[in-house]
Design a protein around this ligand. Sequence first.
Ligand code: PLP
Length: 357
Amino acid sequence: CHNFNAGPAVLPVPVLERIREEMLCLPGVGMSVLEISHRSKTFETILSETENRLRRLLNVPETHHILFLQGGASLQFSMVPLNFLTRDGVADYIVTGSWSEKAVEEARKIGRVNIAATTKEENYARIPNQSELRLDPQAAYVHFTSNNTIFGTQWPTEPEVGTTPLVCDASSDFLSRPLDVSKYALLYAGAQKNAGPAGVTIVIVREDWLERIPGGLPTMLDYRTHVKHRSLYNTPPVFAIYVVGLVLEYLEAQGGLAAVAAASAEKAGKLYAAIDSGSFYRGTAERNSRSLMNVCFRLPNPDLEAVFLREAAANGFEGLPGHRSVGGIRASLYNALPMESVLALIDFMRDFARRHA
Ligand code: PLP
């Protein structure tokens, strides 16, 4: 089928084939990756190779640690303020959708939140302009969501925040384009869009920021625990990390993140052009805020949308219904979705519009 799901995990076919090949027995090991000890030399090699590949691909500077944690991006909504926001402190949050709202909700349990900007009044159809940001000079950090999976908007580049530490939830566009990691104090992403299966969350954190962490946090919620133990304080998600390693190897062979970004721009460009080519389909995000990962659009009415989704499913297009909170159509174009699927969807859309316009 053509997998347009917003997650979890659209994986490249060669990666799936490699998993199948190695599932019963890792070459030279005599057992499955599901059976090896996380303290074994084999896993140590998998972990360090995965980290090294990620460092190379994303150009992560030596000033930053790479961690492989559990609990999803959702646990990061709590861990970030627990580690870096004090009860009498304040943090800036730029709110561009439901996931940013959830991050704010958790931060408010720890300290004060300044909403530096929000586009909620406009149904999150766009990313705020730099001039709209009302940053608090006392803020412990500025948090933003680089890609809004539900509303189909994406920051073209990170906001300018001066010397305040920048924190990003990059869950749904991580590994879709090169990033200047040196601009971030902390960046986190659940793996399950572009990087691998659900079960591992990647956190990249700047070494000198760790000094701000107060004592007395629960061990597992303190970033320093995971830095000190190199993501091996407790049993890590061995299989998920192994698959992330295979995905990174595959991305390197594809020419790295610049090549990935070019392919994404081409896929999204063709789909948006099809949406814009007439008045039957209407993109929900403002043009200069459009996401290259999640393309959200509407049809003239909800009844037609229901017919569209039914026919699409019958034709092998999976995962096209918009998030249940917003409705409409959402085509997610993660790295592993081939261009053929985008072209097939465009053909289907043209034919549907011809029959129903
Ligand atoms: N943040 C963003 C931008 C997301 O898209 C998602 C899930 O889709 C989450 C956070 C929540 O991630 P998790 O399910 O890993 O907690």
